[in-house]
Design a protein around this ligand. Structure first.
Ligand SMILES: Nc1ncnc2c1ncn2[C@@H]1O[C@H](COP(=O)(O)OP(=O)(O)O)[C@@H](O)[C@H]1O
Ligand SMILES: O=P(O)(O)O[C@H]1O[C@H](CO)[C@@H](O[C@H]2O[C@H](CO)[C@@H](O)[C@H](O)[C@H]2O)[C@H](O)[C@H]1O
Length: 473
């Protein structure tokens, strides 16, 4: 087959904006170029690896696509069809075709190099090749393929220059023997000088990790607990915290303890630096800039903006107010910490996805930060879990809506407190001693979430907006 040409590009221009993982849905595509096209498996079906250079306004982003071609498209692959072209047959997203996901594992096991793609096993690891991969069904920014009960291979959809922080951090933590991350088994990278440039460093395309087959993600566990909490008979008074079936507080506390351990392991692996002079001003400025940008795009945020801005200023003043205040310690952190990023396994909590927030530029995602930024992310997530079932629902008469709102608040507070207790109890920085900073981090995260939801899941935008009404008020 010839490398796909401009007719493929035309099909992709229509298909790409409909994909959950496409980060540029909010602005039109000005043009797509195929940066690299590498045949990974010949025949019918055939597998091509494409790096797409997608131009939108002033920037160009790089996306990775596994392009499958077949003469006849079975029904099971129709939802993933991209289009049909004379001579090529059907084009589709091959991440959903087990026949075409196996070659990726075969190349990883063989540590092959094909064109600009390098398939690598982690030091000392022998990769089993005879497994088919099926995608995880969860809504994601990337696409992860599960191979039997053995591996999970995360294909980064939007590519960033250089080593992806998810690989960099997981590899360092695996080497350090951290028990709270899945072990790294291998990765795929794109040789330098193939469009996704970073001073001669290869760009990470995929990360192969140990799969935890019996694990449940924190978001699902938390929602089960919230549902139980709401289903409590109303009775004369509010449910007694802890009396609800499926109480989550014990798990929240253990999660807090695991988080403190991961922060310690990150500090040991990458070091800790005192915040340079002026850092707090820059932090507050960055938060205010994001607030302005999101306010411009989402009018419903604007009424909360003055209170949010004042909270940012207070955090800045609290950190720099006393002349003898020690500088804040900065280190590598998770960067986008929430209940969907943690798994409860038989042995305890495991943390996933050290990529940082998908909308931020690569340098910001790897930047050192105060660990309470992650704590704030998880605290926001408890709030999300509590309120998500209420957003957009008609709770009936105002008294009923108020009662549900109070229950949401009570569930969130109970689990937030338990998480913080576990975090402090295992040596993490005390959130209570940095109240202004924590509040600013939480508000900043909620503002980020307003933009994230407006762009990706507009029917969820009320979840962070309702919290902001409470948090900023
Ligand atoms: N090692 C693993 N074992 C079991 N499930 C996993 C593992 N890694 C990821 N998952 C599942 O895949 C989902 C998405 O993974 P994640 O790394 O957060 O991808 P994304 O960046 O696309 O959000 C997780 O919520 C979890 O359900
Ligand atoms: O997991 P990702 O790296 O893709 O993170 C992005 O998507 C998340 C949603 O999938 C989003 O998280 C928000 O929704 C979660 C519930 O689905 C909630 O637990 C989080 O607290 C909330 O921030 C995340 O912000 C975004 O970066």
């Amino acid at each position: 087959m010839q490398p796909p040409g401009h007719s493929v590009v035309r099909l992709l221009e229509g298909w790409l904006p409909r994909q959950r993982w496409f980060g540029g849905k909010h602005i039109p595509i000005d043009g797509i170029t195929i940066g690299t096209a590498t045949e990974l498996h010949p025949g019918d079906p055939a597998l091509h690896h494409l790096v797409l250079d997608v131009r939108q306004q002033t920037s160009t982003d790089h996306y990775q696509l596994l392009l499958g071609t077949r003469r006849n498209l079975p029904d099971r692959l129709r939802p993933h069809a991209i289009g049909r072209l004379p001579g090529l047959g059907h084009l589709y997203d091959a991440a959903h075709d087990p026949e075409l996901t196996r070659p990726l594992l075969e190349h990883l096991a063989g540590q092959t190099t094909i064109g600009p793609l390098r398939f690598r096993a982690a030091p000392g690891v022998e990769i089993q090749a005879d497994l088919d991969g099926v995608p995880v069904s969860a809504e994601q920014s990337n696409t992860s393929l599960i191979y039997g009960c053995t591996y999970i291979c995360k294909l980064f959809r939007r590519l960033s220059p250089g080593v992806n922080p998810d690989l960099e951090v997981n590899l360092a933590l695996t080497r350090a023997g951290c028990v709270h991350v899945p072990a790294v088994r291998g990765w795929i990278e794109l040789e330098p000088d193939h469009g996704v440039n970073a001073d001669g460093e290869p760009a990470t395309l995929a990360l192969l990790s140990e799969f935890m087959p019996t694990a449940t993600d924190g978001w699902s566990l938390a929602l089960t607990s919230v549902r139980d909490w709401y289903a409590q008979p109303a009775g004369a008074s509010e449910p007694v915290p802890g009396a609800a079936g499926g109480d989550f507080a014990g798990e929240a506390e253990r999660l807090g303890a695991a988080t403190a351990q991961v922060h310690r392991d990150l500090a040991a692996a990458f070091g800790v630096t005192p915040a340079p002079a002026g850092q707090m001003r820059a932090l507050v400025q960055g938060m205010a800039e994001q607030l302005d940008q999101v306010g411009a795009a989402v009018p419903a945020l604007r009424p909360h903006a003055p209170a949010i801005r004042a909270a940012f200023e207070r955090a800045g003043a609290a950190a720099t107010g006393a002349a003898d205040a020690p500088p804040l310690p900065l280190q590598r952190v998770h960067g986008d910490y929430h209940l969907g990023q943690v798994l409860r396994t038989g042995a305890g909590w495991v943390v996933l996805d050290f990529e940082g927030e998908p909308a931020r530029p690569p340098a910001e995602r790897r930047a050192l930060a105060h660990p309470l930024r992650d704590v704030a992310g998880m605290l926001r997530s408890f709030d999300y879990a509590a309120r998500f079932l209420l957003a957009g629902e008609d709770a009936g008469p105002p008294e009923a809506a108020d009662a549900l709102e109070r229950r949401a608040q009570a569930w969130a507070e109970r689990n937030r407190d338990a998480f913080c207790a576990g975090y402090v109890g295992n040596g993490g920085a005390d959130p209570a001693a940095h109240a202004a900073l924590l509040r600013a981090f939480e508000l900043d995260k909620a503002v980020y979430e307003v933009r994230y939801e407006a762009r990706n899941r507009p029917s969820w935008v009320n979840v962070p907006l309702r919290s902001l009404a409470y948090l900023a008020g």
